[in-house]
Design a protein around this ligand. Structure first.
Ligand SMILES: Cc1ncc(COP(=O)(O)O)c(C=O)c1O
Length: 422
């Protein structure tokens, strides 16, 4: 495949000259996206890529899904309001969306707070826990990722994200536990928080650790953790921002995990920035009634066009049973990729998957970055992950076709051959 990059290079150079250095990866070869359709994206020079990252898992329907595009066209044709006044005068679409989210969850979840990013939803859950328990200390899981805005950053484990911004505390308000630690260790950690100035507000967990390397938590261990949390009057917060809404073959893990709050983002918006923190009446009821100025809000919370798109996105997912499609397709994804990866098995430490989401962990630290670059040269978008950049993650759309999976596996094998030899 002979790719040309003149416009990509020009745009990337211009960005490099004008943007905050940390804001965009300056890739080699350069890539600046332009158009997109289904599972494929096209760069500014017209090169084609199979997109197995899908906006970091935020595009369950793939790019420019025709029915979703038609819905948006109708929205524009009717001159519906785009931006509203979320916490003062709501957009009708916000009400439709909130009711629709609750319809998909067990009945104990009664109230929703919408925001824009995954980090925002986590911040809402943290504030809700604090306002409800009057405590500030949390347990979290080693290698967890909950976002990098300040409300979420204190919970995220990776020290490189935190060190420049959060001074380590002598008396930490977050204690990280190993995902398989003993009951005694959980109790000891809760006790430390209870005896600290922070108190014990609860525990936060991703049912499947995402950026930490696609590690599904053992649900029996999670039950011990949630039971102990509740016994000590703490709240259980789920972060389903990546693993929920169909990625792992179900809408939510709340059927299996006894949580008080859960957070959604990514695939919720159908490509629009939208997130939600959902809770029980008991917990969400701790917020005061807004008297015209909500104490937790944002200019774009409840954004009309985003709520409309998100609701249409959910309707299409329901019609096409996409929230559960990932389970049967996981088998196809695994078998096709395992076959393609087999010649390189001495370089591979582990392959993990959950629904339509796969992570290939390599023995060599940093290999995921090299592979991500090589994949682009073979027309595949896949994302580096893991705490030492040792893995590559594959995140196709939830409506991916088998031939696209075959195509993706072939492109990954070509990129590996380029780096490791045939
Ligand atoms: C599990 C999880 N939680 C939270 C976040 C943060 O979401 P956002 O980047 O939208 O703030 C992410 C983002 O990747 C995530 O994977």
């Amino acid at each position: 495949m002979a790719f040309n990059y003149p416009k990509n290079q020009d745009y990337q150079d211009r960005l490099k000259a004008a943007e905050c250095p940390d804001s965009t990866y300056k890739s080699s070869p350069p890539l600046v996206f332009h158009r997109a359709k289904g599972s494929y994206v096209y760069d500014i020079d017209g090169n084609t890529y199979l997109d197995f990252c899908m906006g970091f898992g935020s595009l369950g329907l793939g790019h420019n899904y025709p029915e979703l595009v038609d819905s948006l066209q109708k929205f524009l044709d009717q001159k519906l309001q785009w931006q509203s006044m979320g916490d003062v005068y709501p957009h009708a679409s916000k009400i439709h969306l909130i009711e629709n989210i609750l319809k998909h969850l067990p009945p104990k979840y009664k109230r929703v707070s919408l925001s824009l990013t995954g980090s925002d939803a986590i911040a809402t859950a943290v504030k809700t826990s604090q306002i409800s328990t009057k405590k500030h200390g949390f347990l979290a899981i080693k290698d967890c990722y909950h976002g990098v805005e300040f409300g979420a950053l204190k919970l995220t484990h990776r020290s490189d994200f935190k060190e420049p911004f959060i001074k380590p505390k002598k008396d930490p308000d977050v204690i990280y536990i190993n995902p398989h630690c003993s009951e005694a260790e959980i109790t000891r950690s809760i006790q430390i928080l209870k005896e600290s100035e922070h108190g014990f507000a609860g525990v936060i967990l991703e049912p499947v650790l995402g950026r930490g390397g696609l590690v599904p938590l053992d649900l029996k261990w999670v039950k011990t953790l949630t039971d102990l949390t509740h016994k000590h009057s703490g709240l259980v917060i789920l972060d389903e921002i990546l693993c929920g809404l169909g990625r792992c073959g179900k809408f939510s893990f709340t059927d299996e995990i006894d949580a008080d709050l859960t957070c959604f983002g990514k695939n919720l918006g159908g490509g629009m920035p939208l997130s939600a923190c959902v809770g029980t009446e008991a917990v969400m009821g701790a917020w005061p009634e807004s008297k015209g100025e909500a104490i937790h809000t944002g200019t774009f919370f409840g954004h009309g066009m985003s709520c409309y798109t998100a609701n249409q996105n959910m309707i299409i997912h329901d019609e096409q049973k996409l929230f559960s499609r990932a389970l049967p397709y996981e088998k196809i994804l695994r078998s096709r990729f395992e076959k393609a990866l087999n010649p390189f098995k001495e370089h591979i430490k582990d392959i993990r998957s959950c629904g339509l989401w796969m992570n290939v962990e390599f023995i060599q630290d940093g290999f995921g970055v090299k592979l991500m670059d090589a994949c682009r040269e073979h027309g595949l978008i896949a994302l580096v992950c893991g705490s030492s950049g040792q893995s590559i993650s594959i995140i196709p759309p939830l409506n991916v076709k088998e031939e696209e999976i075959i195509d993706g596996a072939k492109r990954l094998a070509l990129a590996l051959s380029q780096l490791l030899g045939p």
